[in-house]
Structures are given as C-alpha cells and as structure tokens.
Design a protein around this ligand. Structure first.
Ligand code: 16G
Ligand code: ZN
Length: 522
C-alpha cells in the first residue's frame, strides 16, 4: 500500500468527459487513448477484489486482443485464473464512469464489507500495443493505493491467467513466465517420448504481429520447431492488420506473409494469443480449420485415449450459436458426444464445461480449451494400468491436463495439443478437414441506433426483443434448406451481428442479406 491517498492518485488520472465505459464480455475495450482513468480505476478495483478475498492474488491484463492497433482494453482475472465474476462487473462499470470516484470506492468498500488492509498482490501483464506501457503504469498506480503490484510486462493473456493461478496455487506451476514455458514444453516433450516420436513438432504460425510472436520464439526449442511470421511487434501499426486468427476466420482466407505449401498445416494466433485457427491450401482452395474443428479433433483424440486407458469419464462439448451446424451434427451423430450451447464469451462456456469430467469448449473463432475435473485427474492418477498400452494412454491423458491451459483458451497450448493429436493419430490436415464438411456460413455487422434494444434467449439463438422480429427471421429461415440465422448485439463493438448458414453459399448469402434488411428500421 502506498502512502498516496486515493484522491491524490486519482487526480493524476482524469476521466475523459463524454465517454461512457462498459465492462463487457472481455472487460473494457475502446481507443487506448481514452483508457488511462479506466485502467487506473480497474487497478483500484482489482486490489479491492484481492482484499475481499482475504489477500489472494488477482490479475489485470491490458489488451484489446484482435482489435485494431489504436484500441486497447483491460480485464480483471480472479484467483484461479477465471474471469471476474459477473456480480462484480457492474462495480467495474460504475467506478469507470463515476464522477465521485472516491465516494463510490468508499460505498463499494462498505457495501461489500471489505477490509482494505487485506489487499494483497495484483499481477499485471500487457500486450504489445503502443498505449500498453502507459496503461500498465496507470494500473500499477491504481493497485498501489490499497495493494501491491507486480508487473510482468509483455505477456499473452493466457500466460497472465496462468500466473494468477500459480501465485495462488503453487501445485499449478512455478509463478513465472519461465515456469509456464517449462510446464508447456515439458509436457510436449514427455508425450512425444511416450509415443516414441523422434521428429520435432513443426509448424509455421502467423502471430498477428502481436505478443504471441516473442513468446513463441521463447518456446521454440527442442522438440518444438516453430517458424513465426507476422512477428513485427516493434511496428505498432501492423498488429492484427491483414493477419491473425480473427482476420483469417472472418475473411476465410490466408493472412499476409504466409506462402503455403499445399496440404500442409498452418496456424494463426490473435493479438493476445488466446485464439488460434488452422488452415491449409489445396490448389486454389483454402480450407479453414476453426474452433469447431479443434473441439472435434481434441474430443475424439481424448475419447480414444480414454478407451485405451479403460477409463470412464463424462465428456461434453460446449458450443455457441456460431458453431457450424454440421460440426454440431458430427459431434452428436458421429462422435456421439453431448453438446451444450451457451451465450458467446468465454466465461459462459468455461462455466458450463466445468459440469463435466472433461469439458471441451471452443468458440468457432478459435477461443477455447479443455477442462479436466479434479475428480477425473485423481482417478487417472490412482488407476493401476494392466498393459503398456493402457499405461501410455493414462500418462498421455495426465500430461494433457498439464499441457492444456486449465484457466482459459490459450493459443500456445492449443497449438501443441492439436499438433500432438494429429501426429499421434497419424492424421494429416487433409484427413482432419474431411471429418465433416461445413455448411456455408456468413457473418454480417449491422449498425443500429441502440444495440442494447436487442435481447436474446436460448443461448443467443433467438431474439426476444424487439418484439416480433424473431417471427420475421423464422419466416425467412424456413424458406432455405438447412437454413439458420440469428441476431445478437455485440459485446465488444457498438453493432449488432447477424449470422447466416444454409445448404448452399448463394442461399446463405441471400438469407443473411434478408435478415440484415429486417434490421433497417432499427
Ligand atoms: C470477446 C470474447 C470472445 C467472444 C467475443 C465476441 C472473452 C475472453 N472474449 O472477445 O470469447 O467471442 O468477445 O465478440 O470472453 P462480440 O460480442 O463482439 O461478437
Ligand atoms: Zn484474444
């Protein structure tokens, strides 16, 4: 705790007038130049959160993920690496917009019955944006009013989640970036050894000119050989520009600077390395292997290992409305694994995945992970194998629980899990792409007067407000073979998103355009 008073510190971080901040799906996100006061206030909030939890370590991450270079953002991470609970999101929004900041802090302290003397450590990380270092200082300034700050400088978002968790739970790993690297590379090397695979894991990754690039360079050592393209983190204007997971997924095309060899696997991260997508080319054809594919690949691989290890486990796949209809069909009919749907945003998927022994959650955009329950891990550890094959499968499963980030989607660990699943099963990227054929799909962004007027139900698959609109969408959808379309307000941009899907590309485009037309009066 500094000797600085709240008022002296907050006077250094004046709130811009005329800007309203909302703690949304992924924290606050807007132009980086507007965020100084917000990040300072989030720093204060994070230290209060730590105090509320008796001094547990909390995290603050400064990033705007796949957004353009001029944006930035901030989010708070809870002790086990989870997102800030939804009950605290309104506090964040209120403090960020407050004109009586000190009074509102006092009210929060009283209302939540917080002993500020208990405020402990807040660990802070940032992506590579131009505004990040200055915002990091603002966060530290806020944290130190009540608590202690430890800055780790540039980190991927999942590394920050790892660090928060490992500070609170030493069994999780060493609380340092090196600890993260050791845990990851160690698990990969051990799995390769178990399966007697001599060749290193090799791939070219488009790092979106973001923080994933230097972090991949740090990890690229025996038995991992990664070629990184789009690794210009010094040029602040190129982050996520014509490259990165979001660009590749949205445009369904190659990023800049990837010159692929046919039928060879490539991958793209987003700007803070919590999303990953894969792809390959075949002649003039571009094949995207997105989050839906990663989920099916990992779930079927794990399922096979469970059978080999003779372990019973309840596995489920969690998807959002953006999952391709044919991926859902493949999971249910071919893999025979149950599917649940939740609203968009990691916190929803993560929460649902925790209901299973093995919860595989991925958004189509490439954000996701596989969660293993403590009970399952215990039974894997206790099981006595009756054959070498069983033993190898058991050990592989346990190593996957170490490799795959248990706190949040992580491009780096997802990348390795995918490469291992392919290599161990002798599956090529072309085989992977043939698991099922995607239905043509399209995403539209529509500007409306008030996106908050759009309220959804049924995991965002149906609109309940504005009244009457869903019936009109239903009528349009009914006219197309395998047609599906939904409308939801973005949680990160001031817009409404429309998704359409149908048996043919022409139908899909037409259906989407018609649904967009329905939005014109709004
Ligand atoms: C955020 C979410 C991501 C989601 C996206 C949707 C987290 C950490 N990130 O980036 O999961 O897919 O928002 O954006 O939850 P949208 O609401 O603008 O469509
Ligand atoms: Zn991201």
């Amino acid at each position: 705790m500094s000797t600085d008073t709240l008022s002296a510190a907050s006077a250094r971080h004046q709130k811009p007038s005329k800007t309203t901040f909302t703690y949304g799906t992924a924290g606050f996100r807007t132009l980086g130049s507007l965020l100084d006061s917000t990040v300072f206030r989030v720093g204060v909030l994070a230290s209060l959160r730590s105090a509320k939890l008796g001094g547990k370590t909390i995290g603050v991450m400064i990033t705007a993920s796949h957004n353009p270079p001029q944006d930035n953002g901030v989010k708070v991470v809870d002790p086990l690496g989870e997102m800030l609970p939804q009950t605290w999101e309104p506090y964040a929004t209120q403090l960020a917009n407050s004109d009586n900041f000190e009074d509102d802090v006092r009210d929060l302290v009283a209302g939540e019955n917080i002993d500020v003397e208990q405020a402990g450590l807040v660990v802070v990380g940032m992506d590579t944006r131009e505004t990040s270092p200055q915002l990091l200082r603002a966060a530290v300034d806020g944290i130190e009013v009540f608590g202690r700050a430890k800055s780790f400088g540039e980190l991927t978002t999942p590394q920050l989640h790892y660090l928060v968790r490992s500070h609170n739970d030493p069994a999780f790993g060493e609380p340092s970036e090196d600890g993260y690297n050791k845990k990851t590379v160690g698990a990969v090397a051990e799995i390769l050894r178990l399966w007697n695979i001599q060749d290193p894991l090799e791939i070219t990754v488009d790092a979106a000119n973001g923080v994933g690039a230097p972090k991949l360079h740090n990890l690229s050592r025996d038995p991992i050989k990664i070629t990184v393209v789009n690794d210009s983190t010094h040029d602040k204007s190129v982050l996520n520009v014509e490259c990165g997971a979001d660009y590749v997924k949205t445009n369904q095309k190659l990023p800049a600077n990837v010159r692929p060899r046919d039928r060879q696997l490539y991958s793209s991260f987003d700007g803070d390395a919590d999303r990953v997508v894969f792809y390959y080319t075949d002649g003039s054809l571009f094949h995207l292997l997105d989050g839906d594919r990663i989920a099916t690949l990992l779930a079927s691989f794990i399922d096979k290992l469970l059978q080999q290890a003779k372990v019973q486990a309840k596995m489920g796949i969690i998807q959002t409305a953006y999952a391709n209809g044919n991926s859902t069909k493949y999971v249910q009919e071919t893999l025979q694994i149950p599917v649940d749907f939740t609203p968009t945003g990691v916190k929803h998927l993560h929460h649902k995945a925790q209901e299973y022994d093995i919860g595989v959650y991925f958004e189509a955009n490439g954000h996701g992970t596989v969660l293993f329950s403590d009970n399952l891990i215990k039974s894997l550890k206790n099981k006595q194998p009756s054959s070498p094959e069983e033993e190898r499968a058991l050990k592989t499963l346990l190593l996957l629980t170490e490799l795959i980030n248990q706190t949040v989607g992580d491009s780096i660990s997802d990348l390795f899990a995918v490469l291992l699943a392919l290599r161990i099963q002798n599956k090529t990227c072309v085989d992977w792409g043939r698991d099922y054929i995607e239905l043509p799909n399209k995403l539209f962004k529509v500007l409306v007067k008030d996106r908050f007027a759009f309220k959804t139900a049924d995991a965002e698959r149906r609109l309940v407000e504005p009244a009457g609109l869903q019936a009109k969408i239903d009528a349009l959808v009914a006219a197309y073979t395998r047609g599906r379309s939904f409308v939801r307000a973005s949680g990160t941009e001031n817009a409404v998103r429309v998704y359409s899907e149908a048996a043919s590309a022409a139908d899909c485009a037409e259906l989407g355009a018609r649904v967009c037309q329905l939005l014109e009066p709004y």
